[in-house]
Design a protein around this ligand. Structure first.
Ligand code: NAP
Length: 288
């Protein structure tokens, strides 16, 4: 059982910046780990409107924040205020974790680490797999980079807007990752029979909705042993995962991604291993 954080005069500050921020599970998850480690830190939520972002970051420097997570809508907007940005964050075009450097702030992105954590545990020959990614927004960028790191033979991104898809494809030029092939939703029936990994990065099916990005019959097209991965973690399971599992697919939801991206950030700030199981239990408790 995690104890609560004791606020001392020497306590070091961490936090998460977003707008809105009230829904974030990060304070619960990080403070549970901090309490378990008996570390002299506290992790706070900061609700910052887009127009106040620059001022907020200057304020974080002024009060000596050790680091912070960045969530919607600041993941791209924060980048001009950083003096160094990791290669993975540059490739994705978004920062979710900021840390102190000699020169100012450094930024990285731990979403890829989070996305990959439950996949590394699967006994797949990734270099023989095709990944089909539904959606071409911010999370899809981390998923495409993750699939490239897994070594997937092919990565195919499915979206509903041809122009956005083309922009998504071209945005990978100059990055260490090959641009994924892009398709419209109407092409999906032809893609599903090769989809060893099918990832939903759209918000379709997120609480309070209970719809699925695919029709029930479409899941029948998936090959044997396919993995269906939904980045959504409320409800648990989503309709997408229920239908996929019914057709024999392996189902993964987005909770482990959330936990593991947080664990990777906390480990970076504290410079020591963090209790992932404590973080997992703290969010599972809130979500049940
Ligand atoms: P985003 O940048 O807004 O992207 C959403 C994507 O979904 C866009 O490509 C959008 O298409 C598409 N989309 C939305 N509604 C659609 C619909 N009705 N039909 C077809 N496509 C639709 O959002 P995001 O930041 O990538 O987040 C996406 C989801 O991932 C959210 O549910 C979020 O909670 C989840 N997520 C989970 C984690 C985790 O740690 N588990 C991390 C990040 C995100 P258009 O571009 O055409 O509008």
């Amino acid at each position: 059982m995690a104890q609560s954080t004791r606020i001392t005069a020497t306590i070091q500050l961490l936090g998460v910046i977003g707008y809105p921020i009230a829904h974030s599970l990060s304070p619960i998850m990080h403070n549970a780990a901090i309490a378990d480690l008996k570390a002299d830190y506290v992790y706070l939520p900061f609700s910052v409107r887009p127009e106040n972002l620059e001022q907020a970051i200057a304020g974080f420097a002024a009060v000596g924040l050790q680091g912070f997570n960045v969530t919607i809508p600041h993941k791209q907007a924060v980048m001009p205020f950083l003096s160094e940005i990791s290669e993975i964050a540059q490739a994705i075009g978004a920062v979710n974790t900021v840390y102190r450097t000699e020169q100012g702030w450094g930024g990285t992105n731990t979403d890829v680490t989070g996305f990959l954590a439950p996949l590394w545990a699967q006994p797949q020959q990734w270099n023989q797999t095709t990944a089909v990614v539904l959606g071409n927004g911010g999370a899809a960028r981390a998923v495409v980079a993750g699939c490239a790191q897994l070594g997937c033979a092919q990565v195919q991104v499915v979206g509903r807007d041809r122009q956005k898809l083309e922009a998504f494809h071209h945005s990978w030029a100059g990055s260490p990752f090959s641009p994924p092939a892009v398709y419209l939703w109407e092409d999906l029936p032809h893609l599903l029979p090769q989809a060893n990994l099918l990832v939903n990065t759209t918000p379709i099916g997120m609480y309070p909705h209970s719809d699925s990005p695919l029709m029930p019959d479409e899941f029948k097209r998936l090959p044997a042993g396919a993995i269906a991965y939904d980045l959504i973690y409320t409800p648990r399971p989503t309709k997408f995962l229920q239908l996929a599992e019914k057709q024999g697919a392996i189902a993964l939801d987005g909770l482990e991604m959330l936990i593991q991206q947080g664990a990777a950030a906390l480990q970076l700030w504290l410079g020591q291993p963090v209790p992932v199981e404590v973080m997992r239990r703290s969010v599972e408790k809130v979500l049940t």
